[in-house]
Design a protein around this ligand. Sequence first.
Ligand code: PLP
Length: 479
Amino acid sequence: MDAVEFRTRGKEMVDYIADYMENVAQRRVTPAVEPGYLRQRLPENAPQHPEEWDEIMDDVEQHIMPGMTHWQHPRFHAYFPAGNSYPSIMGDMLSDAIGCVGFSWAASPACTELETIVLDWLGRMIALPKEFLPFTEGAKGGGVIQGSASECILVSMLAARQHTIRELKKQHPFVEEGVLLSKLMAYCSKEAHSSVEKAAMIAFVKIRILETDDKYALRGTKLAKAIQEDRNMGLIPFYVSTTLGTTSCCSFDALSEVGPVCKEENVWLHVDAAYAGSAFICPQFRYLMKGVEFAMSFNTNPNKWMLVNFDCSAMWVRDKYKLTEALIVDPLYLKHSHSDKAIDYRHWGIPLSRRFRSLKLWFVIRSYGVEGLRRYILEHCRLAKKMEMLIREDSRFEIMNQVTLGLVCFRLHGSNALNEKFLSSLNASGKLHMVPASLSERYVIRFCVCSQTASDQDIEEAWAIIRDMASDVIQLLAK
Ligand code: PLP
């Protein structure tokens, strides 16, 4: 494809994308295919000769689209939102065209500098403590874009591990690092995302998963007791990952209790606000982050609830040197003449190569403005409250979480098996998509407001599908 054809095909693609976005509601939200469906439809081997573009695009519609779960569908209410918007798509298009690999400042100065500036903007937008922001006088903090919240959690744990072992080595210079490592203990709550447990697996440290209170929040006393028990057994507590907006039910750990415990015990506090972090753009939700001033690191995913396409996970650290100390490897071929004063983001994460991800974040923030983003978040929260009210009015259902942001957890009165059958029938219908969670051993159904254009009518239509399916399932099981 040359530039002339690209101009034509590119414009067609923009039309295809706009048509897709405008008409996605006419498709099934979940596909009706079985594993292996695509292998039966596509050739066994790659083509020897170039194929026509029209044929390729025909196959997209014929074979790829039928196998898609449409995350931008107005009846998609599973997981959390998968951020998307036209400015963000265009940011990624431009980033792909520029095609830089911004691992160091010299590898593309604007790529590094825009990332630093936009994360400084975003940090201020969500009211992070000023120590996290690089342009604050004397601050050692800074922000970086990682590929996922899982990566943010892992690198924060690696930084905490490195820092702790370094400190311990000062006190016990003759003890092997492996011995010290075997004593390190990390903590999170039962409602923390599974990526915390995975990070501990990768970092080769022990992890203790703590019970929450009846609001699914980790409390300070629970953590303090666990730390004390572990110290009594000769273990070394070094890291706590807390969650603001848990995946299962959007609960909030009691940061203002957990923070002082971490400070007292000299333990690294990480805050995972992958979904809920975007809500802090709205001042009325900032009470939920009280205690964040105790954190050493913080992450939120604009690619969830801030209209930015995957991948874009923002992370801030209070002390960038503690992060880079854990990750720095510096061969000659990657050095450059400004290494001493410029940021080289390759030292802030796991991969060397990095996409120009800040471009789409910049496009989105500028296109919507802080006010526009606030309106979008508040509208989702209003619609979630509306769904909560509709569910509460039907006595066959119960609400299972405190609806604070865009997530409503509910279930039918009755057994877990009944609710499992209910949800699988809903998902099999292709009309609406939700996923379950387990809260206090009970099977609950998560309804998240996801679509960027979600409206009152969407909520009413979703509720009608849920209500009617409940009648069908209850009737079927009564036979
Ligand atoms: N943390 C929380 C609270 C989440 O809800 C999720 C995913 O939904 C993650 C972490 C993992 O996110 P990622 O897919 O970016 O690794």
